[in-house]
Design a protein around this ligand. Structure first.
Ligand code: MTE
Ligand code: MO
Length: 343
C-alpha cells in the first residue's frame, strides 16, 4: 500500500467524529509559549504571484502524512523526550528543560517520499526549536552508533543517520511552525525537522523517544514496508501555473512554480515549450539551501496545444535527473511536464 490511502483515511467523517470526543488540546495549545529564537532570519521578501505557491506555506494548507487514523493528543505537561540506546548517559527532557535551552528559527522545506513529480506533498515553513545536536550531545552517543531511531507516541518510527542530526545543518526538535505552537496534526507539542531528508526517515511528529543505534541493528516503519533505508530528498521542480490541462489566451503568459534541492540549494531553473530551447527563468530570493525557490518565466504563447517542461540545477551545477522513477523506494524523479491549450 502506498501513502495515498492513508492520507485519504484521515479525512473521512469517522476520523472527525472520533477526534471530537477526545482530549481537547485547545487550552493547552493556547497557553503554550513559543520560545523566542536566539537567531534572527533575514526578512522574507514578498514574492507572491497569482497561481504560484507562496514561499511560506500557511499551517492550514500544509500537507499531512499520518499512519494513525487520528493524530495523538498529547498535553504539553505529559510530554517528554527520552534519549537512550548507544549513549553514555540516558536522559529525559521535558518542556521545562527545553525552555532553559537556546531555541532557533529555521526555514525548512519538508517533502514526502511519496510525492509524485509535480505533486503537492511538500511545504515550506519557519520552524522554531532546539538543535538536535545539542540534545544528543547531552547523552554522549557512542562512536560506533550511526542511526537515531525516533519514535512517536503513536508507534511510528524513523531511522535517521546520526550525522544528519549532529552535523552543521541544524536539525531541530521543533515546537513551533510559522510562529504558532505546532498544530496537533503536525506533531504538537514536539516533532523532528531534518533538512535534506524525506519525512519518512526523519520528521517524526509527536516524538517521545530518540534511540541511538545502528542501521545494521534497527529498521523503521516505512523501511519495514519496502521503502529505502536512506532517504535524501531528490532535486525537483514543479509548474504551478498555468494549470495542467487549462486553456489560456495567446500572448504573454507567466509560467511559474517552485524548485527544491535541500542541502544543495537551487541555482537555476529553465522552462521549455514543446521541444524548443531551454529558457532561463527568474528565480526569486531567498536563496536558502534548505528551502524551495519560487521561479517564473514569461512566455509569448501562440495558438495550439503545447507542452511545458521545467528543470532545475543546484548550486553545484548538477542538473535535475531526467530519469523517470516512481516514488517507491526512494523518491520520484523525472521532469514535470504539463499540457495547455492556447486559443
Ligand atoms: N508520528 C508520525 N510522524 C510522522 C509520520 C507519521 O505517519 N506519524 N509521517 C512522516 C512522513 S512520511 C512525512 S512526509 C512527514 C509529514 O509531516 P507533516 O504531516 O507535518 O507534513 O511526517 C513524518 N512524521
Ligand atoms: Mo512521507
Amino acid at each position: 500500500m502506498g501513502f495515498g490511502a492513508i492520507v485519504a483515511a484521515v479525512t473521512g467523517f469517522g476520523g472527525r467524529a472520533l477526534s471530537r470526543s477526545r482530549t481537547d488540546l485547545g487550552a493547552d495549545r493556547s497557553q503554550f509559549t513559543v520560545p523566542r529564537a536566539t537567531n534572527s532570519l533575514a526578512p522574507i521578501p514578498d514574492t507572491a504571484q497569482p497561481g504560484i505557491s507562496p514561499y511560506i506555506t500557511p499551517n492550514a494548507d500544509f500537507y499531512r502524512i499520518d499512519t494513525a487514523l487520528e493524530p495523538p493528543r498529547l498535553r504539553s505537561t505529559d510530554w517528554s523526550l527520552r534519549i537512550h540506546g548507544m549513549v553514555d548517559r540516558e536522559i529525559r527532557i521535558d518542556l521545562a528543560d527545553l525552555q532553559r535551552m537556546p531555541a532557533i528559527d529555521k526555514l525548512v522545506t519538508l517533502t514526502c517520499v511519496s510525492n509524485e513529480v509535480g505533486g503537492d506533498l511538500i511545504g515550506n515553513a519557519r520552524w522554531t526549536g532546539y538543535r538536535l545536536a545539542d540534545l544528543l550531545a547531552m547523552a554522549h552517543p557512542h562512536a560506533d552508533a550511526d542511526m537515531v531511531l525516533s519514535r512517536s507516541s503513536d508507534g511510528f518510527t524513523a531511522g535517521t543517520p546520526l550525522t544528519a542530526m549532529t552535523d552543521g545543518r541544524e536539525s531541530l526538535l521543533a515546537v513551533a511552525m510559522n510562529g504558532q505552537p505546532l498544530p496537533v496534526e503536525h506533531g504538537y507539542p514536539a516533532r523532528l525537522v531534518v533538512p535534506g531528508l524525506y519525512g519518512y526517515v526523519s520528521a517524526t511528529k509527536w516524538v517521545v523517544e530518540l534511540e541511538v543505534t545502528r542501521f545494521d541493528r534497527a529498521t523503521s516503519y516505512w523501511v519495514d514496508r519496502g521503502w529505502a533505508e536512506k532517504g535524501p530528498i531528490k532535486m525537483s521542480s514543479r509548474i504551478d501555473t498555468p494549470r495542467s490541462g487549462s486553456s489560456i489566451r495567446p500572448g504573454m503568459v507567466t509560467v511559474g512554480g517552485v524548485a527544491w534541492a535541500q542541502q544543495h540549494g537551487i541555482d537555476r531553473v529553465q522552462v521549455r515549450v514543446d521541444d524548443g530551447p531551454w529558457n532561463d527563468a527568474v528565480v526569486e530570493l531567498p536563496d536558502d539551501i534548505d528551502t524551495w525557490r519560487l521561479w517564473r518565466w514569461n512566455w509569448q504563447a501562440t495558438s495550439g496545444s503545447h507542452a511545458l517542461s521545467v528543470r532545475a540545477f543546484d548550486h553545484n551545477g548538477v542538473a535535475q535527473s531526467t530519469l523517470t522513477a516512481s516514488p517507491i523506494p526512494d523518491g520520484a524523479s523525472g521532469l514535470h511536464r504539463i499540457s495547455v491549450t492556447v486559443r
